[in-house]
Design a protein around this ligand. Structure first.
Ligand code: ATR
Length: 263
């Protein structure tokens, strides 16, 4: 029986096992996908278990997307420095990033084009570099970023020199605003932005998908803005990871969305 893992901390809320185990079953693959809460000191051992064939593939989530990289034989995520999927090729352990495609496909799914749009990003966490990378590829005209801790925003600017850094709490004119912070995971979380300073008809995107509608999104919806959560991004990054491991591209269909909704 092949074994797959998602590692992170915390990890109990991850829906990756549900999705991948469903796809394994659908494709008659004898495999099991589990979640494991780990400490940074345990990552080395887990990667060596992949090397010796005990684990077939790994997804990596917060807060290890960057810190996993030194333990790999190779990383395909040079620009983003963020690995969310680890796979094996000719006994080499390779880290890659499927969040970028996940975000792109999620926007394609709702037919939203960022081309020539002004984008305002909140946060500088594990997934932010993937979002910026995707936005640059999709030719957003201007990417602004604001993070509570200035240093982390400045580190991202080293990777993406065209980023425009904005002071935390300030707001600039934008077409689309993206929450990549963890604010919203708790129902009581509120992002300190003043909606009065935001013109009509904007697009609010939250990477968070559980809860489905963060305060960030529900406030925006009340004001008539378009909103979208991170559910499809999650589904599409998982789809791409599944393909890296098995060579099969499972459909992201109604049944998959039902599985993710059913919480
Ligand atoms: P990591 O930073 O370990 O990758 P993450 O969950 O991916 O973890 O990212 C957390 C993001 O949410 C960061 O941008 C963080 O801001 P800081 O860099 O200032 O820590 C942001 N965040 C979390 N709690 C926050 C809060 N109470 N107010 C503002 N931003 C917050």
């Amino acid at each position: 029986m092949k074994r797959y893992l998602v590692i992170g901390n915390p990890i109990e809320h991850s829906l990756s096992p549900r999705l991948h185990n469903y796809w394994f079953k659908e494709n008659n693959i004898e495999a099991v996908y589990e979640k494991k809460q780990v400490k940074e000191t345990e990552i080395k051992e887990i990667i060596s278990e992949m090397k010796n064939g005990k684990i077939e593939g790994i997804n990596v989530t917060v807060p290890f997307k960057k810190s996993v990289i030194p333990f790999l034989d190779e990383s395909e995520s040079r620009t983003t420095q963020s690995v969310n999927t680890v796979y094996k090729k000719k006994n080499r352990i390779i880290g890659t990033n499927t969040d970028i495609l996940g975000f792109k496909y999620a926007l394609q799914h709702i037919k939203y084009s960022v081309k020539e749009k002004k984008i305002f990003i909140l946060g500088a966490g594990g997934v932010t570099s993937s979002i910026i990378f995707a936005l640059e590829q999709m030719q957003a005209s201007n990417i602004m970023l604001s993070n509570r801790t200035k240093e982390k925003a400045e580190n991202l600017k080293k990777l993406f020199p065209k980023l425009e850094l904005i002071k935390w709490g300030d707001i600039k004119n934008f077409d689309m605003i993206i929450n990549t912070t963890s604010l919203g995971l708790k129902e009581s979380d509120k992002i300190p932005i003043n909606y009065d300073y935001i013109g009509p008809g904007k697009f609010f995107y939250d990477v968070i998908y559980n809860p489905k509608k963060t305060n960030f999104l529900s406030e925006a919806e009340k004001l008539g803005h378009q909103i979208e959560n991170g559910q499809m991004m999650f589904a599409y990054q998982a789809q791409k990871a599944f393909e890296m491991w098995t060579g099969l591209l499972p459909p992201v269909n109604k049944k998959v969305i039902e599985l993710l909704d059913n919480d």
